[in-house]
Design a protein around this ligand. Structure first.
Ligand SMILES: [Zn+2]
Length: 192
């Protein structure tokens, strides 16, 4: 049993930050994405080749959402639920080579050509570089995220200090007055 309140605080901060990042990333999506992807790639699973008559086709992120990949043209491809869930965060090229195609093993040349085709699709929409929060989010969104982290630290520090954990390393704001000033300056930035 872990009785260290700073451990709980850091877990709580992590979850909150993750949810907030997901919300910011969701602002970066291509409108009417399915129509655009259909026009570029058709609507068969790019991995196993199964069509919509036989499976409920979904959109699979080439750069995974977990590393900042967005629902944008050039980063999503049609995939069947089986391939989508089997792939998880495996690099798509590796998954392409090891998945079968229309019920038979994939031929090496065929796989290379399909990978080259999808690379062109990514290039066309400037999606070849691995995304990061810095490359995906706008400057304002990054600023808001940094401010949010500061506020979360201040709130958890306040709670820890109240619980008598003043001397813990996890506390970032030892000086309550300074903490107050920092919070006011963060809030003032967005309320004008
Ligand atoms: Zn498939």
């Amino acid at each position: 049993m872990n009785n260290n309140p700073s451990a709980y605080m850091s877990v709580g901060r992590g979850c909150f930050k993750k949810a907030f990042i997901a919300a910011l990333l969701s602002r970066h999506t291509t409108a009417d994405i399915e129509t655009l992807v259909r026009a570029e790639l058709g609507w068969n699973c790019v991995y196993c080749g199964i069509g919509q008559e036989d499976a409920q086709i979904e959109l699979d992120h080439l750069w995974p959402e977990s590393t900042g990949g967005c629902l944008v043209i050039g980063n999503v491809v049609p995939a069947c639920p089986t391939c989508n869930s089997l792939r998880r965060d495996t690099p798509w090229q590796a998954f392409m080579m090891r998945s079968g195609r229309l019920g038979r093993p994939r031929d090496k040349n065929e796989g290379d050509a399909e990978i080259a085709f999808l690379m062109q699709y990514m290039e066309k929409y400037d999606q070849t570089a691995e995304p990061t929060l810095n490359s995906t989010l706008t400057r304002l969104e990054l600023e808001i995220l940094a401010s949010l982290e500061l506020m979360l630290s201040a709130v958890s520090d306040g709670a820890l200090a109240k619980a008598g954990h003043k001397k813990r390393q996890a506390i970032r704001f030892n000086d309550p007055e300074k903490m107050f000033d920092e919070l006011v300056s963060v809030v003032a930035k967005y309320i004008k």
